[in-house]
Design a protein around this ligand. Sequence first.
Ligand SMILES: Nc1ncnc2c1ncn2[C@@H]1O[C@H](COP(=O)(O)OP(=O)(O)OP(=O)(O)O)[C@@H](O)[C@H]1O
Ligand SMILES: [Mg+2]
Length: 351
Amino acid sequence: MISGTTRDPPLAFDDVPFRAIAEQSLAGFYVVLDERFVYANDTFAAMFGYGRAEFIGRHIAGCVTPDSVDEVMHNYRRRISGEVQAIHYATKGVRKDGEIVHLDLHASRVECRGRPALAGVALDITERVQAQAALRRLAKHIDSAREVERARLAREVHDVLGGMLSSAKFDVSRIVRRTSAPGLEALHAIAGSLVELMQETIETARSISDELRPASLDPLGLGPALTQAVEHFGARHGLAVAVSGTGAPEGLPPATSMQIFRIVQEALTNVARHAQASKVELKLATREGALMLRLADNGRGMDAAPRRAGSIGLFSMAERARDIGATLKIGPGGTGGTELLLRLPLAAPAA
Ligand SMILES: Nc1ncnc2c1ncn2[C@@H]1O[C@H](COP(=O)(O)OP(=O)(O)OP(=O)(O)O)[C@@H](O)[C@H]1O
Ligand SMILES: [Mg+2]
């Protein structure tokens, strides 16, 4: 019976057979001395596509992609010099066959042969990184497919539906004129209210079309189009709005303006759905060679709002920002509520 066996006391740390553990570990183990690997377990060498014997002795700079060398050497020196004890970071290694291996490294300063060295643990995160990249490509594809579809719908609603409604309104207006004779008052009143209804319907169709594909963006430019969107939003949801400095630089590519517009649209939707705010502020400025956009609400803040599983709004905003080379931060605002900060570096104007 298991419960009847004598139990050995726990091992003291020095008695743990670490060698066996290190050699069989599914994580990579390594030691770097004087910038070269002086120990690696089979798992670590295999991450680079080498046998252990041929891997040991390699210089660390020769094991990573050229664009990673500076960071790897910098991190190495910071620990060897004692500036920091340990660093955890991700980098890109180069395998024997030239393929890239994405590594998650955690290594700290140790003594080895009386000299400062690094002892580290590594995980191969290539699959995770590739899955993230694939997800990003998919998100981008869905977004551009959706953008095309929205543009098609917007045209359909604006041109076809809008056109039909206008002709109908024109005909009803004729009925109004022809029923002004005495005896036709009842018909005249009905036709009159029908004209009003048609007018409202035309305006609704226009605003649906505009939401699908902001027609304001091309003729007005980004700044005024955003101002208009924020003002409409405030009016629709009963929120105070403050808009300032909306002079966006000339010559932004249309696709860039559209991505920024969509980011703001998505953020406004979040304000309406989650913030319980009474005010939104939009500020647009060009400063130090960059377009700066700030959208802030005075609501309850992101941490207080209940999280919904499977939400993609923030993810898609981040992807749109990435797509146009902008940085995006969304978090607590200086005076409560939630704040969105977008910074888009602008290409220097041609001399
Ligand atoms: N302005 C805001 N004020 C308060 N909470 C917010 C605000 N913006 C976002 N949040 C919080 O962040 C969460 C994630 O936002 P996100 O836009 O990704 O998802 P969602 O709006 O819930 O769903 P969807 O995928 O339809 O956008 C929200 O569920 C909400 O809890
Ligand atoms: Mg959302």
